[in-house]
Design a protein around this ligand. Sequence first.
Ligand code: ADP
Ligand code: ZN
Ligand code: ZN
Length: 770
Amino acid sequence: MQDSLFNPAPESPTRVTQQSENLQTIQVAVPKPLRSLFDYRVTPQQLVKLQPGMRVKVPFGRQQLIGVVIHTDKTSNYVSHKLKFIVEIIDNSPCLPNSILELLQWVSRYYQHPVGEVFSHALPALLRQGKPMSPVTESVWQLTEQGCNTDSATLGRAIKQRQILDFLKQATTNNSATQTASRLNQQWDNWRDAMRRLEQKGLATQMQQASIFANTLKPAATALHNLNAEQQQAADTISAGLGQHQAFLLEGITGSGKTEVYMQVILDVLKRGQQVLVLVPEIGLTPQLVERFERHLHTHVAVLHSSMNDTERLNNWLAVQDDNDDSRAHVLIGTRSAVFTPLKDLGLILIDEEHDLSLKQQDGLRYSARDVAIMRAHSANIPIILGSATPSLETLYNAQQQRYIHLILKQRAGDAILPDIHLLDVRSQKLEHGLSAQLIQRIHAHLEQGNQALLFLNRRGFAPVLMCYECGWLSHCPRCDAYLTLHQRAQQLRCHHCGSETRIPHHCPDCECNGNQSELNPVGLGTERVEEALATLFPDKTILRIDRDSTRKKGELEDKLQQAKDGNIDILLGTQMLAKGHHFPRVTLVGILSADQGLYSADFRASERMGQLILQVAGRAGREKQKGEVLIQTCHPENPLLQDLQHHSYPDFCKDLFIEREQAMLPPYTYHVLIRAEAMDEEAPIEFLQAAKNSRPAIENKDPNSVEIFGPFPAPMTRRAGRYRYQMLLQANNRNDLQQLLHHWLPLIEKLPNRKKVRWSVDVDPQEMF
Ligand code: ADP
Ligand code: ZN
Ligand code: ZN
């Protein structure tokens, strides 16, 4: 990241400090879409108790809101009698420490987002609602010793009781002795009566527990692998840097053992008595990963991710701040918003798959958890590790500029070696539902050896569009500039952009009335269609499809991934859900059905993403003793980017992209901000953006050319969910110029008369142009 990121834009309009009256006022971040802090009056008694970071209840219009105190020592520049008193103080001690208060204010300034909303985003829901800052306990059930030693057969015809006893026994052997009501509800609709009987018989018991850790039993430590020379060197270099700020880029090819390096370094941090914050993409946070960390580090790991309930979130959030050394969690693994979690004594931040798009929030507070983490590590004066097999160009660029220390793992760990990658030219070939004869032949060959094949297609559904061969009708979404995807099994046409669903028509809606025998046909490929084709081609093989449609129910994705790892699955087929991070020991063949989607796209980042995804998918092949093979079907085998990937040369691939970006003056050589606007009426966003452009203020001592403005122009998908979408791109050679301009400009845009006719937003460092 640019150094200039660390020089915040000037403070919001200067506050007049006046000692005229003895005003006892505080400044509060209130959860409203407004840019400023709000002043409230407090009594002298309240003022003594108050510290920044405490929550207070305040009147706001006709409402009462929960806000966070930011300053207690500034004098208000408003007339005192116009200010209202706070309603009450909620906390006895700050729920956010100073370091986090500062970080959040920086986030608010840098991402141009209302400060109170940033604070809401950072607090667990229960604290946002004003609940006390203490762990929530809930009822859990477990077997008594007598229960553990009782054979369920002795319970005779009490079927439900027998089931529960067996279930709890099984759970105990799986390391989770206690079961919450919600977990039991997942098993049975009605279990409470039977449980009560078991309790009366002394076989089960109920108690209160703060639901912090999934595994209540202390895990036994297992030693790490002996690190190879590259791994050891990387771990040593990072560990030598503990105790001060430094960013490390750990670039290690898939299967090179990055996770083992992380754990080695984490152990060193734990030895210093400090804590580690690990950020991972949503898709990478599996129970297996948490279990691997707990087992090797021999410590409880707190977890934060979006599908946890409010209680679990609060308890995990508190677990890393516990004053008690023994009950405090020393490692926190979480998805992007975990970056805002206060920790008692943070010693290291680690970001796995730093290139992953899910680290950037794409709506509301549009922040990059990676960049916020870098800022946090900088101000906390601690090291940060950015790990990836395929680092983002931004991060590589920073490493080139020597802002980060670049550590490289070139070999696969253990005995595994890299697979061969072949480009299959499918231009003049007849494909069978997307599969070339060569690919089919290689699948046969690998399955005959008793291995698994993994096929990747980044498009779910049966076919991306339905077409009438008679008149050319196409299944357009009525609300978007996009086609409705055919979902054969559900007998529906679905829009993947706005969620519209309709039944598949029997006749072509256009030529039906002409009395023609219309012929509707699927065009193109989706995973459902390939699954069907595979079932015909390989009738005696087991096929497992993993995509968003096949894993909708809770726990289904985990079950399927587990089956893929240890079941008798022959062919795995899926989208990027299947591609990222997983370790399937028996996969030796990876087939990428089409590499061409990313080559020619409206978004300049598409080729970078394509390369990252292809190498991630390819990295699933041959991760154990047997060498793997990767086949990529393409119509552009001569494309230099694909050629680089074929040679596993991510550095060459990036070198080509760097040249492109530099010539086109795109990030990382420049910085972007996107202002978006949308409305049902097509004129409104254009007029709004034009008015915004015209309101651009002149900045003192600044060349107006230091920030260029492109647009307004239509978004690549102009109509979505019935709204017309336009945007305006700001580009500059340095972040400060952009920040300064936005700081003066946004307050003007917020006053434009036609702003109410549109929904508009600001995206600093946008990752997608859509
Ligand atoms: P990455 O995170 O880079 O994809 P992992 O850390 O998951 O790689 O390691 C890939 C596989 O190699 C894992 O099964 C891991 O247990 C194994 N492994 C890692 N380091 C070593 C080592 N030094 N010796 C033997 N096996 C190792
Ligand atoms: Zn027709
Ligand atoms: Zn749609």
